[in-house]
Design a protein around this ligand. Structure first.
Ligand code: NAI
Length: 794
């Protein structure tokens, strides 16, 4: 074909990227890789290997060692041995190491991009222009944090040895998201890449050697799920960071429940892509191309659910089909390809199966007439319309180039549909009306909202989910907190084992012949005193055994009622911070009015000295959180695009709280007040030892303008109430102060909806010491960050 003819037809010629450097790198290693442990290559203990393939043609690329339990053990020990020196290195020295890694990533960027595309199947355009530059950016950004860490986090220390498990969709980028913050904060790492895509992690291991990183600071152990499992279960790992499927995330949560391992999870998504009738439709369609056809749709935050305003649906679908017909699908090393190969045959089958199921459930399927390459794993861009919101393709993550389209009429309906999912990772809003866009953004339950843009990422902007998309953030200041802990926590003494046999307590209660004292506190639900469903109460005794009164014996049903009331009161999170501050100050005022009577009552249980201290400090604690209410602000990030990213601190939602037993008033307020101050609603189980404090508390709350349902109190035995609270699917978070066994069982019982958990890790917290018992640590756990990206300029 002549140039003139090509000019008329506008057909693309081949534009292949040369893979020769990547091939010679593979050959240099004889296409066989060992494990990277202690700064060098180490054969796996069992001498087993698995193969990794190029999904664009099915050809084998290399054999890679299958790490075993014993290999993981060696790697963890190597990371532990390196830990002491690494954590005490000067901030500047650590910064220099991270900077060296950033520079080397840049220097070898083309090789990394080509290798990534060969191993994963993603278009070279994406690995070259998006993945690898972002990898370098993460190391630069975190080199900066390493430099200023001790000034910015003087009261924190690293977790220690971190186990990191990553998926195959962004192999090197996920490595960077995990390794860069871990190293910057002084941790050492054992990382397990995904079995489909281990190669760039192994090339990165070489860069660690080239950068002169001390041996053992980064260890890379390849293998399958069983290798990951061994890492999760290793007793000497202090923290696990995982990105992958929700199913495996749940399994990891279960496997770590009985340990003190910290855990952050970045899981699946079913992100809505909302287009309003006043949107710039052509831009929105381009956004959609990036939203769902980027990386073949194998993106946790893919805009896989298209929600279109009804009035524009027809015109929009026509535009989308038009654009889909122009997407080029083929060999990913071709520089003019839009859609490359699916990572593996099993993933291709899964996509096919889900699409067939969606069609069987009534969706109409449209695919452009494209010829797929004869070899390799390819799936055409696919549009499913007339999708019912309950259909499997509207609910389940497909992880392929498949868009499920639905319509809505009003902004309210759009929000309802958007939030109609168990996930909450990301979302897009397209509207030329900034007021509508931001109004909707604020209501979306998602860790990221892109307004008139899609799939933008930056190291400075935390990324992570709400709900079953996981918890913890990667990137930004908040991402560092995942790898740090307050210095005092490790040294804190263990909390003594709590007495758990409530029935036994009942048996030892004073018998019926004891003269009755007319002091029975009821439950406090929805702003009202409520009788317990059981119709029973339990006795509360003073330190000398004397009967002080009775407290309502709450049960499952009471917890459910309290959760319902708390849900209904979620407007509390939408009131202004100033308003919340005022209500809290008012609580302090009302506590102050009852000061001496509360001291007198509390003294019977904890002695006069503690009672006085508790009440005085309680006043201060409430003041502190009233102060924080309008000061625990978010941030505005300036990513290197024409965007601002507004990082909002949002409440978690409804949170269940198990309060300390031995410090009845101050302990209760130390946990409940931070949650209330940032807008959560709470269901609290007060001190088992002295639940009568509830009677004083509801008088305070009743007279302080706190909306009914913002705080609900169910008295009773923790051993009987915790399960319902932890398993309840309508509770978003649970805070538990208890011994090791209570903490472990809470973590295990709350796996169902993956609710966020804060615990004392079985340690005793000195509630009388404001340095440890109040402030940012609690507020950070009481909130989750939502980043709203807003573009500017023409
Ligand atoms: P996966 O969750 O099984 O794999 C992710 C990583 O976890 C891999 O490194 C794997 O070896 C490891 N792993 C597997 N089982 C483990 C265990 N019991 N303990 C510790 N580590 C374990 O994801 P998979 O099978 O590759 O993909 C299945 C589906 O998961 C996809 O179709 C997609 O829907 C979803 N997915 C979501 C990702 C995300 O970024 N949100 C990433 C990858 C997959």
């Amino acid at each position: 074909m002549s140039i003139a003819e090509k000019f008329v037809s506008m057909e693309y010629g081949p534009a292949p990227e040369d893979p020769k450097e990547a091939i010679s790198w593979l050959e240099r290693h004889h296409r066989r890789f060992e494990l990277f442990i202690g700064g060098g290559w180490k054969a796996s203990e069992r001498g087993e290997y698995f193969d990794t393939f190029d999904p664009s043609n099915g050809e084998k690329l290399a054999s890679v060692a299958q790490g075993s339990v014993a290999d993981i053990d060696v790697a963890v020990k190597s990371a532990r041995a390196a830990s002491e020196k690494w954590r005490v290195l000067t901030p500047h020295a650590r910064a220099r190491h991270l900077y060296a890694l950033a520079r080397l990533v840049q220097k070898h960027s083309r090789l990394l991009a080509v290798l990534e595309t060969m191993d994963n199947g993603k278009p070279i355009r994406e690995s070259r222009d998006i993945d690898i530059p972002l990898v370098a950016r993460h190391f630069y950004y975190h080199a900066g944090w390493a430099q200023i860490l001790s000034q910015e986090f003087p009261d924190h220390e690293p977790c220690g040895v971190v186990g990191q498990i990553i998926p195959w969709n962004f192999p090197l980028l996920m490595l960077a998201w995990k390794i860069a913050p871990a190293l910057a904060t002084g941790n050492t790492v054992v990382l397990k890449p995904a079995e489909f895509t281990p190669l760039t992690a192994l090339l990165f291991a070489e860069l660690c050697q080239e950068a002169g990183l001390p041996g053992g600071v980064v260890n890379i152990v390849t293998g399958d799920g069983s290798t990951g499992e061994a890492l999760v279960k290793h007793p000497e790992v202090d923290k696990i960071a995982f990105t992958g499927s929700t199913e495996v995330g749940r399994a990891i949560r279960g496997a770590t429940a009985a340990s003190r391992k910290r855990l952050s999870l970045e899981l699946g998504g079913k992100s809505p892509f909302i287009i309003f009738e006043d949107a710039d439709l052509d831009s929105a369609v381009e956004g959609l191309v990036d939203g769902i056809w980027f990386n073949q749709g194998q993106v946790c935050c893919a805009g896989s659910r298209l929600l279109m305003q009804e009035s524009i649906a027809e015109a929009l679908i026509a535009k989308i089909r038009d654009r889909m017909s122009n997407l080029r699908i083929g060999a990913p090393l071709d520089k003019a390809i839009d859609i490359g190969a699916i990572v593996a045959g099993v993933q291709l089958d899964r996509i096919q199966r889900l699409v067939e199921q969606g069609v069987a459930e009534g969706a109409s399927c449209w695919q452009p007439a494209v010829t797929l390459p004869s070899r390799g794993f390819y799936f055409p861009p696919t549009l499913l319309s007339n999708v019912h919101p309950a259909s499997i393709v509207a609910q389940q993550e497909i992880f392929g180039p498949v868009l499920a389209a639905m319509t809505f009429r009003t902004p309210r309906e759009a929000v309802e549909l958007a939030n109609n999912t168990v996930y909450g990772l990301a979302s897009c809003v397209w509207s030329e009306n900034i007021n509508v866009a931001l109004h909707v953004a604020a209501q979306l339950k998602a860790g990221v909202v892109w307004v008139n843009c899609t799939n933008l990422f930056d190291a400075a902007c935390g990324f992570g989910g709400y709900r079953e998309s996981g918890y913890g953030r990667e990137g930004g200041r908040e991402g560092l907190l995942e790898y740090l802990q307050p210095k005092w926590l490790k040294q804190a003494p263990p909390l003594p084992i709590a007495k758990t046999d409530a029935v036994e307590e009942l048996e030892h209660a004073p018998d019926a012949s004891t003269p009755s004292i007319d002091h029975t506190v009821k439950l406090y639900i929805g702003g009202k005193q409520a009788r317990p469903d059981s119709g029973y109460s339990f006795p509360v005794c003073a330190a000398d055994g004397q009967l002080l009164g009775d407290a309502a014996l709450g049960n499952r049903k009471d917890i459910r009622n309290a959760v319902e009331a708390a849900r209904k009161a979620e407007g509390w999170g939408k009131t202004t911070a100033h308003n919340r501050a005022q209500v809290l100050y008012y609580c302090a005022e009302n506590l102050s009015l009852r000061r001496s009577e509360i001291i007198q009552r509390l003294a019977a249980v904890v002695g006069e000295k503690q009672a006085t201290k508790e009440v005085n400090l309680s006043l201060e604690r409430i003041f502190s959180y009233a102060a924080w209410a309008d000061k625990f602000d978010g941030a505005v990030h300036n990513p290197p695009f024409r965007n601002i990213a507004i990082a909002m601190h949002e409440p978690i939602g409804t949170v269940g709280v198990i309060c300390p037993s031995d410090v009845p008033l101050l302990g209760f307020l130390s946990l409940v007040m931070p949650l209330l101050s940032v807008g959560n609603t709470v269901v609290a189980i007060p001190s088992e030892k002295y639940p009568l404090i509830t009677g004083d508390l509801y008088q305070i709350f009743d007279t302080s303008d706190l909306p009914g349902g913002a705080i609900n109190i169910v008295t009773g035995y923790v051993s009987q109430l915790l399960k319902t609270l932890a398993e309840h699917d309508d509770i978003d978070g649970i805070w538990v102060y208890g011994d090791d066994a209570t903490v472990a069982s809470t973590k295990a019982m709350s796996i169902g909806n993956l609710k966020q958990v804060w615990t004392n890790e079985g340690k005793a917290i000195d509630w009388f010491n404001p340095q440890v018992a109040e402030g940012r640590w609690f507020l950070e756990h009481a909130t989750q960050v939502k980043n709203i990206w807003v573009p500017y300029g023409e």
